[in-house]
Design a protein around this ligand. Structure first.
Ligand SMILES: *Cc1c(COP(=O)(O)O)cnc(C)c1O
Ligand SMILES: [Zn+2]
Length: 423
């Protein structure tokens, strides 16, 4: 039973649909600009939820996965969930990063430790539960790579057939993951947006369960568990700011949803400011934030960035993504690809967390925000490191080279070592 879900509400027109009857998007707005913008937001009966879960019950919980928040998620209490342990990733206090930036506290939440090594596992775990609910034979998604790997790995854990669409340019490690997990993989000649459009068509044509970001309303509900964990792991003392890298804008929307849930339940007094970070080469949201353009009508851009996970011509979840920043007094920030690459060793050395470019981008955004005075010396800040550095080793190699780091080449003798160490 999901009696705690009161309905699904269109983010454009506010129409509400009963949970059992809603499709993926609002039928009245399914085709604004052809981008399926009428995404739905899951709404809850917080009074009922508050009778089932509390900060105290969570403290006593032995569930060290995202499903510890199950009463706050759109799934039945007895729904079977995939066995891979998704969620409850550590949030590391990183005093050397805080000192380097001159701010009170910095924490890094390490999503690279998820089963398939990115935050996307949270959404894909949710997708599989919903797909099972509908008795879907095949589940599909398009992805820049990580959402695909997440769906692929979690599907493998329960033997669920799946078909994955990724752009031809996806990093090798990500594509290899898909093949190892046994997915049917389509490498699409074109970018993520092309893969997305084809996947949407195929899902419709073949009746596959559609996990696509900015279309399937439940993905936000999976991703929000990262935000809930941040709050719980900080003892429900909300940080002042959270930095999130943004491609489609689904993660940042999920983090915002967590803050709204926690506020509605009286678990926090005030939402942190949420900052969205994009590459200068894929800055649709930053452009819209700066110009005040309506994201419903703003045309796609032509995206290109080293941070493949946040490369998007048209952020699919842009309405929720803009609300996340505006409603919390945050901002959208632009960083260069060089700044993103530089952030990989900076964050690795300052916290021990090795991130892929899109994960390090959040830290690059924090550096930029401190420069611009958006974050001050008293601020307590969380950086959401969304994916593992080993996902994209080619970029990591560039990053350490740019940082001037190279190994010592030595003979297998102490003398040779001593000579090298002197240099
Ligand atoms: C998907 C992804 C992002 C961006 O998330 P969106 O929901 O597309 O904004 C950031 N970092 C990593 C590692 C990702 O895989
Ligand atoms: Zn609508």
């Amino acid at each position: 039973m999901t009696d705690h879900v009161t309905g699904l509400v269109c983010v454009i027109c506010g129409s509400s649909y009963p949970a059992g009857e809603a499709g993926y998007v609002c039928p009245k707005h399914a085709d604004v600009g052809g981008g399926n913008e009428g995404i739905l937001d899951v709404r809850y009966d917080y009074e009922l939820i508050g009778s089932r879960i509390s900060r105290e019950s969570l403290a006593a919980s032995h569930d060290t996965t995202m499903w510890r928040y199950r009463p706050l998620m759109p799934v039945a209490a007895d729904a079977e969930v995939p066995p891979l342990a998704v969620g409850w990733t550590p949030t590391y206090d990183s005093p050397r990063l805080a000192a380097a930036l001159g701010i009170a506290r910095v924490w890094v939440k390490d999503e690279g430790r998820q089963p398939t090594a990115s935050l996307k596992d949270r959404a894909s775990a949710m997708a599989l539960v919903k797909a099972r609910e509908r008795g879907a034979e095949v589940v599909t998604t398009a992805s820049t790579g990580n959402a695909a790997a997440a769906l692929s790995g979690l599907a493998a854990s329960i033997g669920q057939k799946n078909v994955i669409f990724v752009p031809e340019s996806a990093p090798e490690a990500k594509v290899t993951q898909l093949l190892a997990y046994g997915s049917t993989v389509a490498l699409v000649k074109g970018n993520y947006d092309a893969a997305f459009d084809l996947c949407m068509e195929a899902a419709e044509e073949f009746g596959w369960y559609n996990r696509n970001t900015g279309f399937n309303p439940y993905m936000t509900e999976g991703k929000k568990t990262a935000g809930l964990e941040i709050l719980e792991q900080l003892g429900w003392e909300a940080p002042d700011a959270i930095f999130v890298s943004v491609g489609d804008g689904s993660i940042i929307g999920g983090v915002h949803k967590a803050m709204k849930d926690a506020s509605a339940l009286g678990w926090i007094d005030q939402s942190p400011r949420i900052y969205g970070v994009q590459s200068a080469g894929s800055d649709y949201m930053v452009q819209a934030f700066e110009s005040g353009e309506d994201v419903l009508t703003k045309a796609p851009i032509s995206a290109a960035t080293v941070a493949d996970s946040i490369s998007a011509d048209l952020p699919r979840d842009r309405i929720k993504a803009m609300a996340a920043v505006k409603e919390t007094n945050g901002a959208y920030l632009r960083v260069s690809d060089d700044e993103i690459l530089a952030a990989i060793p900076l964050m690795a050395r300052g916290s021990g967390v090795f991130a892929e470019p899109a994960g390090a981008a959040a830290y690059a955004g924090l550096v930029a925000a401190v420069d611009r005075g958006l974050v001050g010396s008293g601020d307590r800040v969380v950086v959401l490191s969304t994916g593992n550095g080993l996902k994209d080793i080619a970029s990591a190699i560039k990053a350490v080279a740019a940082a001037g780091s190279e190994p010592m080449h030595i003979l297998p003798t102490l003398d040779s070592l001593k000579a090298a160490l002197k240099k």
